[in-house]
Design a binder for this molecule. Sequence first.
Ligand code: HEM
Length: 313
Amino acid sequence: WQSRGQRGQLPPGPTPLPVLGNFLQLDRANVIHTLVKLYNSFPGILKKIPGPHHMGSKYAKQIISFISERIKMQQATLDLNAPQNFIDCFLVKMEQEKQNPATEFSQENLVMATFNLFFAGTETVSTTLRYGFLLLLKHPRVQEKIHREIDAVIGRDRAPTAEDRGRMPYTDATLHEIQRFSDILPMSLPHTVTRDTRFRGYLIPQGTYVCPLLSTVHFDPEEHQSPEAFAPERFLSENGSFKKQNAFLPFSAGKRVCLGEGLARMELFLFFTTVLQRFALSSPVDPQRLSLVPDVSNFGKVPPRYQLCLRQR
Ligand code: HEM
């Protein structure tokens, strides 16, 4: 399987680095991603070789030390009867289970769970919004329709609320189409088969890594007409109300479905409508020339860089 985002049309940017003489040329983004892949496959060797592939773990360590400091601060002031946030609640459970040697409520798990929430909860929403605004630049008529819906339902005198979504089918459809089209986690997250499993005539042995290919759902031509086109209307019925699509799984599915789905959907709606209520977005270059081809497309899909003009409405 290959993610749908095609390589080869990266926007003008860093000078290509010559690799293997003149035989093969990779630009800097590709070099970094190749190194990251090699790092994941051969950590023992790559750890000893200097290069940009060390940046990820360097930043991860900084975040982990920030979280560890924060936990220490909260431990010092913790009131077991009045936990204030996720870290406090976890500390309470640690206290309750301190005699249990098999407990999952350990200091290390607290640090990593908090880290995962930060990582999973920020990068995903910001990448979706960045792709979304780019798609609006490319499709100014979609933006006009959203502006009209915001003016009719919310107006300009109050902030958007989560309840507005149900009364804004066009905006809701556009957000769904942004998530389908941008497909930011094309391979979801890797899972491991917990026991030998037969599936459609194949034996998948225990311990095998399995990646659900969400991309094949979002770009399935049998489920979506012209899947490569950006068309919010596919999420609308003939009378203009919101229409659900089964082939829509940006948050994956099953027991390990994204924990933050509800929060993410609310954030996307509120950020998106708050910006568009106040501003009209435009591109300093002809929208025809804007590329939608992702800058990076492997574990995650990242939109190309672009410039955005915001004009107050
Ligand atoms: C547009 C936004 C988001 C997208 C597209 C997204 C997508 C996903 C996907 C595809 C998975 C993998 C599910 C699986 O393993 O099958 C996942 C897992 C997860 N997400 Fe999100 N996510 C988003 C926002 C958030 C937010 C805001 C949070 C929390 C603050 C969050 C927390 C998590 C956590 C903790 C997991 C791991 C769940 C588990 O393994 O049980 N995500 N997400």
